[in-house]
Design a protein around this ligand. Sequence first.
Ligand SMILES: [Zn+2]
Length: 329
Amino acid sequence: MSIEAYPIEVDFPDISVHEHSPSGIAYVHTFDSGVPGPHVMINALTHGNEVCGAIVVDELLRRQLRPRRGRLTLGFANVAAYLSFDPAKPDAARFVDQDFNRVWTAATLDDTSRTSSELARARAMRPLIDTVDALLDLHSMHEKSKPLIVAGPLQKGSELAVKLGTPATVICDEGHPEGRRMRDYEGFGDPASAKNALLIECGQHWERGAVGVARDTTARFLMLAGVIDETDLPPGWLAPVPAAQHIVRVTQPVVATSMDFRFAAPYTGLEIFEKAGAVIGWSNGEAVLTPYDNCMLVMPSLRQLRPGVTVVRLGKIEQTVTRADTTGR
Ligand SMILES: [Zn+2]
């Protein structure tokens, strides 16, 4: 596993101009078309050092993108963490006190005996999130891996991912034992609800290519929801869609039990092991083996290594969806 620092290829936008909002929630802006339609949200900075989403939301706010139908919310979530970003310690700005993306249950948010920078922010955003019909949560990854969609555990998530058409890998998963993600909160995680959410891992945190993925997926998500038309978009935001999308079901996490964990090779993610029993790493000196054939590594990383942290998740390729038309229009 390489722990070298990746170069910071993008500029971090000054988002202070977006602090004041008529919504009353700092850094979260909602626009109502006055025409019936869904409430669609593009969310950036769930993790404070994942800048590609912030670049895209900043661009859309500066361009004054407005919905033609329904409501559009453009927001920056963990601004406190973002503002703490230090290029000398780039991984530290993921959160201030705790992971913002592990607090999204009503029970956790209602429990006033618990406080943190992230809980305060989640509680401030919660009334707004409760009204969102379709959420796109823009993230990036510790390691330089191809982009992927985190579609959640439900069929409605993977169906939406296939409608979006890109990126090529759709990860279906239950989330993390440490706590629920925003993309799984309430109606997003309820099969009986029409609400839906996707999380996009656009690329490595600071690679330029991640911004292109964030632009493309944001544009397609807004068009798919019907809140804007293609002509409303900045030129060049749409990229071709892949000719095939793999639907991958995460079956289990590999959780470190101590600091004594290492991978067998410098994996960056989406590696496929054809045969069960392949050694992918070592935990306390014991081999960690793939449990089945055609096993995919999902977002391996040792950057946040400590006992109890998921260092990689294992996924099984369930389905491959192919398309002849890769314009995705
Ligand atoms: Zn993230």
